[in-house]
Design a protein around this ligand. Sequence first.
Ligand SMILES: O=c1[nH]cnc2c1ncn2[C@H]1C[C@H](O)[C@@H](CO)O1
Ligand SMILES: [Zn+2]
Length: 328
Amino acid sequence: MRKLPKIELHCHLDGSVRAETILDIARKENLELPSYNINDIKKLVQVPIDCTSLDEYLKKFDLANKVMQTKESIKRVTFELVEDAANENVKYIEIRFAPMLHMKKGLSIKEVIQSVLKGMNQACEKYEIKANLILGCMRNMSVEDAELVVKEGKEFLGKGVVAIDLCGPEVEGFATKYKKAIESARSYGYRVTIHAGEAASGKNVIDAINLLGAERIGHGINIKDMKEAYDLVKRTNVTLEMCPTSNLHTKAIDKISDYPFFNFYKDDLSVTLNTDNRTVSDVDLTNEISLVKDNFNMSEEDYKRIYLNSVDATFADEDTKMWLKSLI
Ligand SMILES: O=c1[nH]cnc2c1ncn2[C@H]1C[C@H](O)[C@@H](CO)O1
Ligand SMILES: [Zn+2]
C-alpha cells in the first residue's frame, strides 16, 4: 500500500503538524505549553477513540495553531506535511487551512498564505509531489471574515491557491448565511468544496450543492440516511472527500463495518479517500486505504478506479492530471 501512488484531496494543515515540531517551535519561540514531554504533547493533539463528537474533535487543534503564528513556523509545518505525504508516495495533495487562525501575532491573511505557499513550493521542489491550496473559512467566525479570506486570497489564484472551503463546527442549515461569500468566490475563479453532512444531516449536502455550487463535499457521509441528498450527489457527480478514521472519531459512524464508502463506490458515486487530519487522527493515507481495503475486500482494480476518480476530482491543471494518470 505504501508504494502505490496516492492522491489526497482533504487534508488540514493545522490537523497535520508533527507533535515533535509543535514542541520544537514552542521551545524556539518561547511559547508556553502545558508540558514539554513529547508523549504528553501527543496526547494533547491526538483525539482519543472515545471522542464523542465533531465539537470535541475540534478542540484538538488549539496547540498546533498556537505554534503556527509566524512566517517561519507556518512555512516549516507546510514543508513537513508535504514531506510526510511524499514519503508515503502521495503524488498530489490539496492542503487546506484557515488563514484567519494564524493572525494572532499580527500576520496578515496574505502573509499567512504566502508562508504556506513557500513551504509547499520548497517541498515540491525537493520531492516528486505536486500540491495546491484550499482556503478555509471557519463557520464559527463571521460571514465578513469569510468574505475577507475570499477577497485577500484571490490574488493567489493560479499561483497555488485553487479553492475555497467552509469548515469548523457544522449546524443544520449553515449554508444560506455564506451564499453571497461563496458566490463571489466562484466569480473570482475559486473552485468550491464544502464540509457538509458530517455532523449534521444530508440536507446540508443538498444546500452546499444547490446554494453554494459545491463541486466537492468534505465527508458527506450522512447522505447515506437521506435519499434526496444521495440522489443529488449521484446525479450531479459531485465528489465526496471521505475520511474514515476521522468519521470514526467524530462518531459520524460507530464502527468501520458501518462505513458507507465501499457501497457508495459500488453504486458509482465519485468517492475519494483522505486523512482529514494526520496528527489529530494519528493516521496517514496508507492507513486509511488499508482500513478500507481490509474491511471491504477492496481489490487493486478498485483502488485504481478510486485513484482515477481522485484525479478527475482534483482542482489541478490538465498537465498535472495527465501526469497523475500516467502514474497508475
Ligand atoms: O472534519 C472536519 N470538519 C470540520 N472542520 C474541521 C475538520 N477537520 C478540521 N476542521 C477545522 C479545524 C481546523 O482548525 C480548521 C482549519 O483547518 O478546520
Ligand atoms: Zn476536514
